[in-house]
Design a protein around this ligand. Sequence first.
Ligand code: XIL
Length: 444
Amino acid sequence: MRSLRTGLSLAALVAAVAALFAAPAAHAGDTPLRDLAAAKGKVIGTAVTGSKLTGTYGDIAGAQFNSLTPGNAMKWGSVEPTQGTFNWAEADQIVAFAQAHNQQVRGHTLVWHSQNPSWLTNGTWTSAQLGSLLQNHISTEVGRYKGEIAAWDVVNEPFNEDGTYRSTLWYNGLGADYIANALTWARAADPDAKLYINDYNVEGVNAKSTALYNLVKDLKSRGVPIDGVGLQAHLVLGQVPSTLQQNIQRFADLGVDVAITELDVRMALPSDSTKLAQQAADYKSVLAACVAVTRCAGVTVWGFTDSDSWVPSTFPGYGAATPYDENYAPKPAYYAIAQALGGTQSTDGCSATYSVTSQWNTGFTGQVTIACSGTSLSSWTASWSFGAGQQITQAWNATCTQSGSAVSCANASYNGSVPSGGSVTFGFNGSWSGSNPLPTVTLG
Ligand code: XIL
């Protein structure tokens, strides 16, 4: 008994010490993204690597997201590296983690031209052989996880940029109907999973997304099981398509769900506070477009930390594409996601300091510095009340409005982001008479 008690208290101590280091303090008080998303009836997901699901990576993946997508673990090359020899270890691990954390799983992906096993791509197959290989693959994989997968990316990246079918093992060997057949086989193996076609550069209205639109319309009219379209959304900083919401809506109007399945926003390295602010704005507008359309099921980020992103190795010179930095500190993009999901930004840890930098007979120049430590902001408003009739005449690096004595200054487009350990300053000219006392600034 005694040793058991000692053991327990030691374990508790270890757990308490571990908790101290588990999650960055900046993060502790925020409402988890998954709770914000759930309140809006949306999914917020992340791609994950199974072997990393411990420590801080596992804590954040479990606490912040209500859906997981295996980044690689369910691809054909991962699950059947040698014909007839299966390796489900990482996929099983991710599914078990998701179930333990009350998360959905997005299965990714069954039919693709990439990351296939070499025995498959190097083989010589008749059309009939290829068809039965594909059917077996789908039946085996979907069947294994029957009832455990919310949605499958059944077909991945079937189109070229001009909207013609991509020339692949599948299209060349089986014709365009490989898509309808794959969907039909997937439905047979798990009638409860939502079945998606997923592609990139289909976020806005363009030739490729219109081809996808026409395909979905055709599949629907033929009674082929298709439940949704996945817009990958591997975006470049500042280039969220202006037609994103319109495009989501047109698919929804066809009677299918839409999911943003692989969101990241890459920037030329190194990152700086201006780029991080733009990135926050980009994340916010993608999330907002999904929130605005009822049939948009949710958004999955393609890795939640810059330390586990495919971007740097795939797009040399680019990176910093996810909502958390390499040390698991939330970036402005994290707070932008939270805000788009209806969260309110905490300004705890940030302060605003008002000063008069010069003053003459009727006028003065003032400035406000907003500084954060241990937390960061993706946008800000500084407000105060002038106590002696002062009046702002002109402001810079902020948009200020004054009504009576009440002043409210909002960030400019380029300085909403205040990183932890950083600061932003804006200034203004004003008039005064009699006295010019310093007001107290409130941050919102
Ligand atoms: C990427 C993975 O993130 C990388 O680890 C891997 O080396 C290549 O594939 N579109 C998709 C994803 O549908 O499966 C890809 O994932 C990224 C592009």
